[in-house]
Design a protein around this ligand. Structure first.
Ligand SMILES: *Cc1c(COP(=O)(O)O)cnc(C)c1O
Length: 375
């Protein structure tokens, strides 16, 4: 059976990247690696739209999230955390694990944060050190207005720390221009790589907070990593084969051009939304992002059964997590994807819904998406 991976991470990997990673491994202290690493560092700064070095760790994206916490904060520090889904909740869980005091700004699942609520939380007490937010909340499909949050946080001494794990390379997020202090990302989403690399970029303001941060750390020591990267090295053995793949995926992304990459994701997201809505289904997110589309399961149909119907056809999508389990399905369209992936997903959705007794006219969702793709 031919397989399609349309889940919000891991995502499909282009053949060029797979082939690069299949080469015999090279040594990370050899000139060959150093030339590659210099190119990767330069290209990562372009992708992050930042001047400072982008740090890289052998971890899933959560490793960079943990690093952002332990490198900027001390025990008992008060921080504001936007909790609008599983990944916003993860920021709070990491902070709590380290004894950081969380002032949550809770957002109902599927909604996006009201920047005024973050502003109010920042003013609720003195000494707030950071605001943690998620650009693309993959668990609900919602996008949060990071530009608006940055404008608010920049007026205070707090740092703005953003999980861009499913927005980097999907939606525009000019880190320096907007004034984001820490941006974290992972390899297995729009970077079109296997899981295993985590990234973090820090503004000058964030770097200024690093020496005073007293939370414990060893591997995720940002200062140690920066010292190494400035010598074009990494502090510990890097995930060499993934970095070799990264060189290739960055080349692909930058050759397409960031504005074109963002426009492609936007077009695929709009086509997906039009397709599911033409079938009479409802979007879960009020402000849906371009990485993945979360759709409410129709009344009387279990979302898990829809996911199973896709799997039976060789297609992996995602269901809902936590309290959203069974209630939503999530179709990703990020990274190495094009319009035909969207049409595949919608075709499978129509067949699956028909199997499950939902009244569907075959082709209606596909046609609505084609109309968007044709423009
Ligand atoms: C995938 C994802 C993560 C990180 O998950 P890992 O499994 O640690 O890579 C974090 N935040 C968001 C928004 C994600 O989509």
């Amino acid at each position: 059976m031919k397989r399609y991976l349309l889940a919000p991470g891991p995502t499909p990997i282009p053949p060029e990247v797979l082939q690069a990673m299949a080469q015999p491994i090279i040594h990370h202290r050899a000139p060959e690696y150093e030339a590659l690493f210099a190119e990767v560092r330069r290209d990562l700064r372009q992708l992050f739209q930042c001047q400072n070095e982008v740090l890289m760790f052998a971890a899933s994206g959560t490793g960079a999230m943990e690093g952002a916490v332990v490198n900027t904060l001390s025990p008992g520090d008060p921080v504001v955390v936007v909790r609008g889904g599983k990944f916003g909740e993860r920021w709070a869980e990491i902070c709590e694990a380290y004894g950081v005091r969380v002032l949550p700004v809770d957002v109902p699942y599927g909604k996006s944060v009201d920047p005024a609520a973050v502003s109010a939380a920042l003013q609720s007490q003195p000494g707030i050190q950071a605001v943690f937010a998620t650009h693309s909340e993959t668990s609900t499909g919602a996008v949060h207005d990071i530009q608006a949050l940055a404008a608010i946080v920049r007026e205070t001494p707090a740092l703005l720390v953003v999980d861009a794990i499913t927005s980097l390379g999907v939606m525009d997020l000019p880190m320096d221009a907007w004034g984001v202090d820490i941006l974290v990302a992972g390899s297995q989403k729009a970077l079109m790589l296997p899981p295993g690399l985590a990234f973090a970029a820090l503004s000058d303001r964030a770097w200024a907070a690093v020496p005073g941060a007293r939370l414990p750390k060893y591997y995720f020591n940002f200062a140690a990593e920066r010292k190494a990267i400035e010598k074009n090295q990494s502090a510990y053995t890097p995930a060499v084969s993934l970095v070799v793949g990264l060189q290739e995926s960055l080349r692909l992304i930058l050759a397409e051009g960031l504005p074109n990459v963002f426009a492609r994701h936007d077009r695929l997201a709009r086509a997906t939304r039009a397709g599911v809505q033409a079938l009479g289904l409802t979007l879960f997110a009020e402000h849906p992002g371009a990485a993945c589309t979360a759709v409410k399961a129709p009344a009387g149909i279990d979302g898990g059964a829809i996911v199973k119907g896709f799997r039976k056809r060789g297609i992996t999508i995602a269901g809902g997590q936590g309290s959203m389990k069974g209630k939503i399905i999530r179709i990703a369209h990020m990274g190495y994807v094009d319009g035909f992936d969207v049409l595949t997903a919608l075709g499978a959705l129509e067949l699956t819904l028909a199997d499950l007794g939902y009244p569907v006219k075959l082709g209606e969702g596909v046609r609505a998406a084609q109309q968007i793709l044709q423009k």
